[in-house]
Design a protein around this ligand. Structure first.
Ligand code: TYM
Length: 332
């Protein structure tokens, strides 16, 4: 059995991009492997949430994880901030991380552009904290979407550098696991921008009600329509078809593909179809989110049991790491 780790930052509600880029794969893997799925609340500090929002945000994602079908009997679900061992490994990895490579990551460069007045060291070392999340469980695989590829490459670099610095074969090199076979998934935005995301302001949330979903989908950017049969699809239209692929059945997909090919396609109908199928998919999840959110005692039990299991796993790894790095077992 392989060890699998992944996390999501609690910066709001889960959106369709999180679901089809990552969570859908969590659901499959929890039946097959030893899985640790966490809520990356330390990572969310880079966007400076108000202290009073942190716990609420953690519980929001926990309820949404459970509503999507993560099963605490099958996988370990925990809050990142409950496992203090991560921070010790973060320190060791920071000693192996070069300034140049951290400064060159695209996520860092993006953040510097977005928040030039707060370019803190936590932002710079975001990838080493992420590597610590993964390596503390000596994970073999990490289910993530396409936007995490560079961070995953860094995690492999640090695993390799640790092994070679200390002459050990301790960390496996963690693989990115795509929900879509080999190629990492990117769920687009419907506003013509590259990806769906909270900070892009274009997300369809699992908590959105039917009307909101319909409104957002009907506003999706389109073009003038195909001018000749079998035209190549521009990106904005391909994006709409991506949604059709993830939520609609084969017959519906075939119908709209054929309509594109023979130029009879009506974007209004296509959008209505996508909105309807997205709503059918989201409705039961939304209901379960309400149920789990109202049972704080249960969420607390899940988080506590998860924290204990995650700490046990990280503690075992850290004991060995201390010895490899040259420290004695903890005194006292
Ligand atoms: P975060 O919180 O930005 O996103 C969580 C997961 O959702 C995926 N995702 C998408 N996939 C496809 N299309 C999209 N439009 C889309 N938007 C988001 C992301 O790829 C991700 O898998 N750094 C991580 C959190 C993290 C982590 C880790 C992940 C911290 N430590 C260790 C794995 C292992 C992040 O910010 O994800």
């Amino acid at each position: 059995m392989h060890t699998i780790v992944s996390g999501i930052r609690p910066t709001g509600n889960l959106h369709v991009g999180n679901y089809f880029g990552a969570v859908i794969n969590f659901l499959k893997l929890q039946n097959e492997e030893k899985c640790y799925f966490f809520i990356a609340d330390w990572h969310s500090l880079t966007t400076a949430p108000h202290p009073s929002d942190i716990i609420a945000n953690d519980y929001t994602i926990l309820a949404e994880y459970l509503a999507c079908g993560l099963d605490p009997e099958k996988c370990t679900i925990y809050m990142q901030s409950d496992v203090h061992q991560t921070l010790e490994l973060y320190l060791y990895l920071n000693m192996l991380a070069y300034m140049g490579e951290l400064e060159r990551t695209t996520t860092f460069k993006d953040k510097v552009r977005l928040q030039p007045d707060n370019v803190n060291a936590g932002l710079l070392t975001y990838p080493t904290l992420m590597a610590a999340d993964i390596l503390q469980h000596r994970a073999w695989g990490v289910p993530v979407g396409k936007d995490q590829e560079q961070n995953m490459e860094m995690a492999r670099i640090y695993a390799k550098r640790f092994n070679s610095t200390y002459g050990v074969d301790f960390f496996p090199l963690p693989k990115s696991l795509a929900s879509n076979g080999d190629s990492a998934v990117k769920i687009p935005g419907l506003d013509g921008s590259g990806k769906m995301g909270k900070s892009e302001g274009n997300a369809l949330y699992l908590r959105d009600d039917e009307k909101t979903i319909r409104k957002k989908v009907m506003k999706a950017v389109t073009d003038a329509g195909p001018q000749e049969p079998h035209s190549e699809m521009p990106e904005v239209i391909r994006n709409l078809f991506t949604f059709l692929e993830i939520v609609s059945d084969k017959e519906t997909n075939d119908f709209y593909r054929a309509a594109w090919d023979d130029c009879s396609i009506r974007y209004g109908d296509l959008k209505k179809q996508i909105a309807e199928d997205l709503n059918a998919f989201i409705a039961p999840i939304r209901e379960r989110i309400e149920e789990y959110s109202s049972d704080r005692a249960y969420l607390e039990r899940v988080a506590t049991a998860g924290a204990e299991r995650a700490r046990e796993s990280a503690e075992a790894t850290l004991r060995e790491i201390r010895s490899i790095v040259g420290f004695p077992p903890y005194r006292g």
